[in-house]
Design a protein around this ligand. Structure first.
Ligand code: P6P
Length: 337
């Protein structure tokens, strides 16, 4: 088999897409390649994590009071340094940093993009060797030249230039969209190249997977409780009972539901009315991908992508997946509001 004729690399794919925009100068192409480079470096450490002293926790907590894993801190530093060095990104909002990290790139024109990211999502699963991920949002800066500011990051998802995730699982994949569908690239570790493996990813027509941490059941809103019971009812005509699958890693749960058909739910609770997941670098980028793949994402009532962020780390109830399943959930929320 002539290997070269069988693959499209991520770089080739992005350049082909760039060619469709004569005015494009290649900045986005270079930015996405910077993200892919950082992902490969993080992937290498994750795969070696069990062998070197990079598991476990650092004696630090992030701004959410969550114990930081060594890999969390490592991944955050790799993405920040790679994006800063690449020069296309002028500011970053990261789950691991309280404030915006603004780059003044004195060597060239200021970067035209800002990035919001969760550098290593699902890190509580690291020691258990369960799939984890990186989630990223890319916006064009809106402020004039000079250091990018918080308003460049506090943009609703409808203004995303691109969004994506990296899943570090049985294989490592980079999945992203620029608003023209969703494409998945699998890393060939033998040559360190992301290869197009999942062109034009879309939710299947039907699905029967629901993903939620049912341990919080007693704290859920009535509409969510009723939806869970709906999923568990026996009705062959609507393929119920559904199947419950929950990894506890947003990227892994979403990716599986995108491939197999399902809904992911992280509701607000009486303990955390706005839920756990952060709007800017978890809900909005995943919602963007979901809509690009024919699915839907809401907070139970409103479209996630239309929610205007007020603060970098604000949380939102999050329901995302197959459009019909999210719409059924929303009907239960409205009926029991
Ligand atoms: P819980 C991981 O910590 C994370 O931020 C998401 O990746 C995941 O979906 C969620 O939290 C899991 O939260 O409360 O079910 O452990």
């Amino acid at each position: 088999m002539i290997y070269r004729n069988k693959i499209t690399t991520l770089t080739e794919f992005v350049i082909q897409r760039q060619a469709e925009y004569p005015q494009a100068k290649g900045a986005f192409t270079r930015l996405l390649n910077d993200i892919a480079t950082a992902a490969k470096i993080v992937n290498r450490e994750i795969n070696a994590a069990g062998l070197v002293d990079i598991l476990g926790t650092v004696e630090k907590r992030n701004i959410h009071g969550e114990t930081q894993k060594k890999l969390d801190v490592y991944a955050n530093e790799i993405f920040i340094n790679t994006l800063k060095g690449g020069g296309e990104c002028c500011a970053i909002a990261s789950e691991e940093n309280e404030k915006v990290i603004s780059f003044s790139n004195e060597f060239s024109e200021m970067g035209r993009y800002v990035v919001a990211m969760d550098p290593l999502d699902g890190s509580s699963n690291i020691e258990a060797n369960v799939s984890i991920g990186t989630i990223f949002s890319i916006y064009k800066r809106v402020s004039e030249a000079g250091s990018a500011i918080q308003t460049d990051l506090l943009q609703p998802g409808i203004r995303l230039a691109a969004a994506g995730y990296v899943i570090y699982g049985s294989s490592t994949m980079l999945v992203y969209s620029t608003g023209e569908g969703v494409n998945g690239f699998t890393l060939d570790p033998s040559v360190g190249i992301f290869c197009l493996s999942h062109p034009n990813m879309r939710f299947p027509e039907t699905g029967r997977i629901y993903s939620i941490n049912e341990g919080n059941y007693s704290y859920f809103p009535e509409g969510v409780k009723k939806y869970i019971k709906y999923c568990q009812e026996n009705d062959a005509s609507t393929n119920r009972p559904y199947t419950s699958r929950y990894i506890g890693s947003l990227v892994a749960d979403f990716h599986r539901n995108l491939i197999n058909g399902g809904i992911f739910l992280y509701p607000g609770t009486t303990k955390q009315p706005n839920g756990k997941l952060r709007l800017l670098y978890e809900c909005s980028p995943i919602a963007y991908l979901a809509e690009q793949a024919g699915g839907k994402a809401s907070n139970g009532f409103d479209r996630i992508l239309e929610i205007e962020p007020n603060t970098l780390h604000q949380r939102s109830p999050f329901f995302v997946g197959l459009r019909s399943m999210v719409e059924t959930l929303e009907s239960f929320m409205r009926q029991n509001h």
